[in-house]
Write a protein that binds this ligand. Structure first.
Ligand code: NAD
Ligand code: WQD
Length: 347
């Protein structure tokens, strides 16, 4: 149901993969959106596609700004009255973070500190934060993670998420009136069903599904299946994949809950069921009609057998459940990939 008296929502990282799909969903739900993004891993084109899909007669305001630029951020807050902030902006490559920890701590944590300080200065005290399943300590039995499962991560990237959650929790505890919702995403994939929006990796993808779709379209030779000796049903890693538009809807559900003055809350956002790498290859081969070539390679350092989401709390409290199937994830991803073989760049 569209919100009444919509005020502006600031979306940091709103031109990125998850941010852009969420911006579309927010606009479709009646929110007025302002985007801040330094375009370090994205471009402006998704906003043009959103304007087209949502039938907007104006441009979505975009401030090309690094969160490091506190004065720039202050100017944005002076120009718009924000009800809430959805904070996506971050560096997110796990492997890169191992080699460049300081860049990750500086970008993700210092950027978040600036954002929180400016929010506080302007009395904006509602935030939805992009966290990750990576904050959970690996378990050996493959059971689904609940929000109260033990935390602990192995990469600097993961630690930035864990520390940012703690920083936000401290702010909520220290100052009355703050409402913060941490969304711990599992494995987002797919694309908007129009084929106009999707994930557009700037380099060779690190993640399974964008890599696989580039193999299917012939940009990459073959998929490397990292590890076939895991303790799973077929020996390959099992993950909980979620359609990007389901994930976008989860943000709207979180935003609607924020003004309820619940303080600090954490929710897992996933489907509750897991697929192995080989099952994902089968699903994508079926969606694309292409026999995806792959080799069985050694394990990737840092990976574990199974990462599964227990989505019960999000269902009970946010009323959020995924509604799209694995087949839809693959069909939509393939439509995006074939319609936009070069991503958002001019074809
Ligand atoms: P993305 O790289 O596509 O989007 C992030 C956006 O933030 C980009 O547009 C980038 O240009 C911008 N950005 C980065 N640092 C910035 C800064 N200092 N100032 C301004 N803009 C900045 O990534 P995504 O997949 O859309 O991820 C969004 C969020 O979700 C991130 O916080 C990520 O850590 C988190 N997350 C992603 C996944 C996933 O698998 N994609 C899973 C769990 C959590
Ligand atoms: C999925 C499965 C791989 C690539 C990562 C981050 C996590 C979160 C989501 C941000 C695993 C296998 C992969 C390939 C493969 N991001 N694989 N060949 O590792 O579950 O999660 O993205 O917060 O923090 O760690 O996702 O897509 O990389 O891997 O066989 O070329 O696919 O081993 O089993 P992951 P993924």
């Amino acid at each position: 149901m569209p919100v009444s008296n919509a005020s502006h929502v600031l979306v940091t990282g709103g031109t990125g993969f998850i941010g852009s799909h969420t911006v579309l969903e927010l606009i479709n739900q009646g929110y007025k959106v302002v985007v801040v993004d330094n375009l370090c891993n994205s471009c402006e084109e998704p906003l043009r596609r959103i304007e087209k899909l949502a039938g907007l007669d104006h441009k979505i305001p975009l401030f090309k700004l690094d969160l490091a630029d506190r004065d720039g951020l202050r100017a944005v807050f002076r120009e718009y009255a924000f009800l809430s902030v959805v904070h996506f902006a971050a560096l997110k490559a796990v492997g890169e973070s191992v080699h460049k920890p300081l860049a990750y701590y500086r970008n993700n944590i210092a950027g978040t500190l600036n954002l929180l300080e400016v929010m506080a200065d302007f009395g904006v005290t509602n935030i939805v934060f992009s966290s990750s399943a990576t904050v959970y300590k690996a378990n050996s039995d493959g059971s689904a993670f609940r929000e109260d499962s033990e935390l602990g991560c192995t990469s600097p990237y993961g630690r930035t998420k864990l520390y940012m959650e703690s920083i936000i929790q401290d702010v909520v505890n220290a100052e009355k009136g703050w409402n913060a919702i941490m969304l711990r995403y599992f494995n987002p994939t797919g694309a908007h069903e129009s084929g106009l929006m999707g994930e557009d990796p700037m380099q060779i993808p690190n993640n399974l599904m964008p890599y696989m779709s580039q193999v299917a379209i012939g940009k990459l030779d073959k998929l490397h299946v990292f590890g076939t000796d895991y303790n799973t049903r077929d020996g390959t890693g099992v993950r909980d994949y979620i359609h990007i538009m389901d994930l976008a809807e989860a943000h709207v559900a979180a935003l609607k809950r924020l003004p309820a003055n619940q303080g600090y809350e954490v929710f897992n956002i996933g489907s509750g069921s897991g697929q192995s790498v080989l099952e994902m290859i089968d699903a994508m081969s079926a969606a694309s009609g292409i026999n995806i070539p792959y080799s069985k390679d050694p394990r990737r350092s840092g990976d574990i057998d199974t990462i599964l989401c227990d989505p019960t709390k999000a269902a009970d409290v946010l009323g959020f459940k995924v509604s799209r199937t694995l087949q839809q994830m693959c069909t939509d991803l393939w439509r995006w990939q074939t319609n936009n073989p070069n991503g958002y760049a001019k074809q």
